[in-house]
Design a protein around this ligand. Structure first.
Ligand SMILES: [Zn+2]
Length: 172
């Protein structure tokens, strides 16, 4: 559990957190190098079903509500994804998730490392709800048929995931 988060070190050593960048809504082209993940892959990465199951059960509830996170993306290079989760209603509820993928691999093995700026985001055993949500959206949800995807409208589960994990920032 004490294994250093090497991606966190890479990001901090290179000043990537402070770098001014232009965020865009993710396109299919942006996500082309993001691996396709099955639910099994997600379970392996998150070490259990807890976060996924909770995110799912809360999704339906949140479909009726307005709270949603917006998702922006920027690629530092073709294999390093930088994702910003920003609440529509609370500007300060913003997290940055970094995911390093291994383009030569498939499934869960293609997720090389990840890091999130939330309190628990540098854990290397399992992951925080933000990383889980980004993995699920980018690797799984967007590959589901449109009819299914409509039920997972926008990114409602991202907001839900924050609520259930109790990972709100202190400054909220
Ligand atoms: Zn996080």
């Amino acid at each position: 559990m004490d294994r250093a988060n090497t991606l966190e070190m890479l990001i901090k050593d290179n000043g990537l957190l402070r770098k001014q960048i232009i965020w865009t809504a993710p396109t299919e082209a942006d996500l082309a190098n993001f691996p396709i993940l099955s639910i099994d892959d997600l379970k392996k990465i998150t070490l259990g079903t807890f976060q996924i199951r909770m995110a799912d059960s809360y999704t339906n509830q949140h479909l009726q509500e307005e709270g949603e996170y917006r998702l922006f993306i920027h690629k530092e290079n073709s294999s390093l994804f930088r994702v910003k989760l920003q609440s529509r209603f609370n500007r300060r509820a913003t997290y940055q998730v970094w995911i390093q993928v291994d383009i030569g691999e498939h499934g869960h093995k293609a997720i090389d490392s990840y890091y999130c700026t939330c309190k628990t985001g540098s854990r290397t055993l399992g992951c925080c709800s933000h990383v889980c949500s980004v993995l699920k959206y980018c690797g799984y949800d967007r590959h589901q048929p449109p009819s299914t995807r409509r039920n997972h409208r926008a990114y409602s589960f991202l907001d839900a995931a924050v609520d259930i994990a109790g990972e709100e920032d202190d400054d909220e």
